[in-house]
Every structure is written in structure tokens, then in C-alpha cells.
Design a protein around this ligand. Structure first.
Ligand code: UT7
Length: 325
């Protein structure tokens, strides 16, 4: 029996136009470029303006991904959009994107898994395609995360940025050159007991406000390295592969020190890690597809390459996805 594979047809990204360097931030926040750089590797971030919405970023990334795929919105019948910073409490930002793309067919919904959102969205879309419930999916990670920041909390506000990235997945028969193309394996986890380490102190049913990000940084850091290394091993085991098979690791971009520590645990060559945290900061659900789009755009990721994506975020949630480009 021929299996169905979710083949990645294209990817794209969109960043807001306002670039804010560490030096600029240090004019209004009690911090320094030296502290931010040495603790996180972040040098700058892009932030949305007052009138720029998460759906605007998602729309830019979706169009770029469709163009690279050589497809149009007519070809898409599923949109899965990962975000923590939806335009509105409802409806889903995915349906706003659907309307902006001029689609009057298919179905669209949001996924909320904070920084792991894109990996959750990829895994979800892959399941719809594998079971024949959709033919082609736009999978988007889009965030205006800066709108959730407490600018008086220097321990969090310097860490995050805004942006969006997207990929187009198409269901194709897994035979011939397609036999091992597309998404090979995914693994997702969550542990709600760790809520207090990273959360937003508001919401429709608790405070009727949006709330601001609260984080116990050291606790998140420790769990991130542990959980990311173990979920990577799980997804590789499921596929019968090892780190030696991986061409590119595309991790969630929270902190350069987390990327380095995870790579050391996995005994992985740091030159094969796609790093954007220095320029984008932590863009939550957008960070993995932003990094993917950069590495595909500059020719590092080539057809046939084995790409491993991983992420961890509030919840806690974490997961990994292995794909053949
Ligand atoms: O996507 C998942 C989400 N988040 C993460 O992955 C974040 C994981 N955690 C981290 O990346 C790190 O824990 C941080 C970068 C957030 C913090 O680094 P740290 O080495 O754990 O620093 P710390 O929180 O222990 O703070 C050390 C010092 C403190 O001063 P004292 O108490 O030692 O005098 C802080 O007040 O650094 C101070 N500090 C700052 N100083 C200048 C905290 N934030 C800043 C700042 N500028 N922005």
C-alpha cells in the first residue's frame, strides 16, 4: 500500500519593518547590549508598529511560501496557524488569513502551544494530510509577541521579537523519489504542571485582559535543554536515524546558550545549526519557520536534505519534527 507523504513545497517569511537594536532598547530599559549579548546572543529584534497585526505578518509569510511553492490559495484547503498573539480572542487569526487570501473554501484554525506552536501545527497538518482529510496545507507561525511584554520587566522584554514564517505542505503519494520525502516523524509533549515557570497573567476567563508575560528564566532554561535533547532522540529513534544523518538542525530560537547546550548534549556539529536568534530574538511560534525560510532562501537547505526542527515553550509544551526537504 502506498503511504501519503506531506511534502514541503515551499516556505517564506515576513518581518515587521521596525528594527530595534540592543543599544536602542537600552535607552528605555535598564539593560545593556553587553548583558543581552552575553546572556542570550541577541543583538536586535524586529517589532510591529501599533497598526501592524499578527494577521498582517502571517499574510506576508503565507504569500512568500505560496510563491516559492508555485501554488495559489486555490490549491490550499487547510490553514493551521500557530500563535500566542492572535488579532482577537476570536475568531481564529487563521480564518482572518483565509479571508485575506481570498479563500472561500477549505478550513482554518489556530493552534496555541506558545513557542512550540509551529512544531505542533506541522504535526497537526501532517495528520490531516496523511489521513486524506486535506490535500494541501498552509502552516504558519505568526507572532506580535511584543504586545504581550511588560516593558518594565527587563528580565523578559529584551528577549522577544515579532515576525512570521510559513510552509506549504502537499499530500503526495510516497513512492519513487517521494518515498522518504516530506515529514518523516513528529513527537509532541506537554506538562501543564510547569505553568508557573512561563505564562501570561491574564486572559478572557480570568482577568478579561490580555495580560503580560511572566517567566522564571533559569527554570525554563534548565527544562529546555533537557526536554529538547530528549525529544530529538525520541523522534530520531522513531525514524531509525541518528544525529549523524541530520543535515540541518532548525531549533526554536530562544537563547544562543540553549542552542549551544542542546547541541553539546546531542554531540551535534554547531555549524549545522541554523541560528537567527541574534537578529530576530525569540519570536515564539514564528522562530522555526523564520529560520527555515532563511536557510532555504540562502541555499543551505537543499532538496534531499534531512532537517530536524525542535521547540519548547510555555505550558510547558515541546516537540520535534523530522523532514526530508
Ligand atoms: O521560548 C522559551 C522561552 N524562554 C526561554 O527559553 C528563556 C530561558 N531562560 C533564559 O534564556 C535565561 O534564563 C535568561 C536570559 C532569561 C536570563 O539569564 P540568567 O543567566 O538566567 O540571568 P538571571 O535571570 O539569573 O539574572 C541575572 C542577573 C540578575 O541580577 P542579580 O540579581 O544577579 O543582581 C538580573 O536582575 O541579571 C539581571 N538582569 C538583567 N541585567 C541587565 C536580568 N535581566 C537583565 C537585563 N539587563 N535585561
Amino acid at each position: 500500500m502506498t503511504v501519503t507523504r506531506s511534502v514541503i513545497r515551499g516556505c517564506g517569511s515576513h518581518l515587521p519593518s521596525r528594527l530595534v537594536t540592543n543599544e536602542e532598547l537600552a535607552k528605555t530599559v535598564d539593560t545593556t547590549d553587553e548583558w543581552i549579548t552575553s546572556r542570550t546572543g541577541i543583538k536586535q529584534r524586529y517589532l510591529v508598529g501599533d497598526d501592524e497585526l499578527t494577521s498582517d505578518l502571517a499574510f506576508g509569510a503565507a504569500n512568500a511560501a505560496l510563491e516559492q511553492a508555485g501554488m495559489t490559495p486555490d490549491d490550499i484547503d487547510l490553514i493551521v496557524l500557530a500563535t500566542t498573539s492572535a488579532d482577537e480572542t476570536f475568531p481564529a487569526t487563521a480564518t482572518t488569513l483565509q479571508a485575506r487570501l481570498g479563500m472561500d473554501h477549505g478550513f482554518a484554525f489556530d493552534i496555541q502551544a506558545v513557542c512550540s506552536g509551529f512544531v505542533y501545527a506541522l504535526s497537526t497538518a501532517d495528520s490531516f494530510l496523511a489521513t486524506g482529510k486535506a490535500k494541501a496545507a498552509l502552516v504558519v507561525g505568526a507572532e506580535s509577541f511584543s504586545k504581550l511584554l511588560d516593558w518594565d520587566d527587563r528580565g523578559t522584554c529584551v528577549l522577544f521579537g515579532d515576525g512570521a514564517g510559513a510552509v506549504v505542505l502537499e499530500a503526495q503519494p510516497g513512492e519513487g523519489t517521494n518515498a522518504d520525502r516530506g515529514i518523516i516523524a513528529t513527537k509532541l509533549h506537554s506538562d501543564g504542571r510547569l505553568h508557573d515557570a512561563l505564562y501570561v497573567d491574564g486572559g478572557p476567563s480570568s482577568t478579561q485582559t490580555t495580560g503580560k508575560v511572566r517567566m522564571k528564566g533559569k527554570e525554563v532554561f534548565r527544562h529546555a535543554v533537557e526536554n529538547l535533547a530528549s525529544v530529538v532522540r525520541e523522534v530520531l529513534d522513531e525514524a531509525g536515524m541518528t544525529m549523524d544523518d541530520i543535515d540541518w538542525l532548525v531549533p526554536h530560537q530562544a537563547n544562543k546558550r540553549i542552542l549551544d547546550a542542546t547541541a553539546r548534549r546531542l554531540n551535534f556539529d554547531p555549524d549545522k545549526i541554523v541560528v537567527t536568534v541574534d537578529r530576530h530574538a525569540n519570536t515564539s511560534a514564528a522562530s522555526v519557520p523564520l529560520a527555515l525560510a532563511e536557510a532555504v532562501g540562502d541555499g543551505r537547505i537543499q532538496p534531499g536534505h534531512l532537517v530536524l526542527m525542535e521547540a519548547m515553550g510555555g505550558g510547558f509544551t515541546w516537540g520535534a519534527c523530522l523532514a526530508r526537504w
